[in-house]
Design a protein around this ligand. Structure first.
Ligand code: 5AD
Ligand code: FES
Length: 349
């Protein structure tokens, strides 16, 4: 039994039985071989390429009240802002000049941005930047809205499922939200033709290793093109103020597991990972991530999009973040490329 090696099995089969997965997630002893296998896999498929996504956080108004989130409706101390259509387009112009070929438009669930306004914004970006991907991250919407944005020119949609365990979902969200609707959204998005990104927070309050296994199983069922995970980070203006943030080690371990389970996935080294450790994003890349998402929002609003505390990159101009990341990516042994950065192929299990 001494030669039990879950990494080898995961590497070959892209899957592990429950018990082995649990052991792998709960022990440090395979970490170095796990990281090495994940890096080998990412280089086999994506070489040393790292794709850039320019994140435009265009509104921090939100009608939801997720217990973990700093921009929840119930946070009366949050200073709210919205960017105008012109400001959003200016971010794209600047980003294009800096080599970004994907724009990610993210906001809270803000009813001010009606479907027709969103479609207007998307079509204008589409016509001015025909060689770019437009990614939306606007939360839960009716299928018809998703379809309208898609027809206006959006290609990708990010919506983390947050947790695939129903009881855990209930602990993280108010009554008005449901895991069923979240999943409905994800399947609608896929069905419409979006490249879909999902994911979850690592170390969110009440999360157990069994929840994480359910998250992985859900992702195996959904087969997303992109998978975003990052540590949960506490925010004092939320009901979870007294909970600890998630761990760096477990997040890195999970990035490697994801790379081996979903070899073709686009996996970001997230800002949250960079927030809990000064080299978090570099470590994420070395563990198997192949995407970075620097901020393109105007500096004056950066600090206000505060999902969690001490978020990095809130004082730097887009160009500064771009060159800072280029250096960091190179120092980690990879290369930032100017490319649209689609998944190399739709990954199948
Ligand atoms: N810590 C870390 N990540 C968070 N998110 C929301 N709040 C927090 C937090 N306190 C993540 C969620 C959401 C994404 C945009 O940010 O997973 O889907
Ligand atoms: Fe708005 Fe969570 S409270 S995204």
């Amino acid at each position: 039994m001494n030669d039990f090696n879950p990494v080898l099995q995961l590497n070959i089969e892209r899957d592990l039985p429950e018990a082995s997965l649990k052991l792998l997630l709960q022990s440090e002893k395979w970490d170095s071989s796990l990281t090495a296998a994940a890096d080998r896999k990412r280089r086999e498929i994506y070489a040393d390429e790292v794709y850039l996504r320019g994140l435009i956080e265009f509104s921090n108004f939100c009608k939801n009240n997720c217990f973990y989130c700093g921009i929840r409706a119930g946070n009366q101390n949050a200073v709210r802002y919205r960017l105008s259509k012109e400001e959003i387009l200016d971010c794209c112009v600047e980003g294009y000049g800096l080599g970004f070929r994907t724009f990610v438009l993210q906001s809270g669930e803000d009813p001010f941005f009606t479907d027709s306004l969103l479609c207007e914004i998307v079509s204008e970006i589409r016509s001015r930047f025909p060689d770019c991907a437009i990614t939306l991250s606007l939360g839960e919407k009716p299928r018809e809205s998703y379809k309208a944005y898609f027809d206006a020119g959006a290609n990708r949609y990010l919506l983390r499922h947050e947790t695939a365990n129903d009881a855990h979902y209930r602990k993280l969200h108010p009554e008005s939200m449901s895991l069923t609707n979240r999943k409905r959204c994800l399947y609608d998005l896929k069905d419409i033709g979006y490249q879909v990104g999902s994911g979850f927070m690592v170390g969110s309050p009440y999360q157990t290793v069994d929840c994480i296994i359910e998250d992985l199983r859900f992702l195996q069922e959904l087969k997303p093109d992109m998978i975003g995970i990052g540590p949960y980070i506490t925010h004092k203006e939320t009901p979870f103020a007294s909970f600890q943030s998630g761990s760096l080690t477990l997040t890195l371990r999970l990035i490697s597991v994801l790379r081996l389970m979903f070899p073709y996935a686009l996996i970001p080294a997230t800002t949250a990972l960079g927030t809990i450790h000064p080299q978090g994003r570099e470590l994420g890349l070395k563990a198997g991530a192949n995407v970075v998402m620097p901020n393109l929002s105007p500096v004056r609003v950066r600090k206000l999009y505060e999902l969690y505390e001490n978020k990095i990159c809130t004082g730097e101009e887009a160009a500064q973040c771009r060159s800072c990341l280029e250096r960091r990516v190179a120092a980690a042994g990879y290369r930032v490329v100017t490319a649209i950065g689609n998944a190399k192929k739709e990954h199948m299990l």
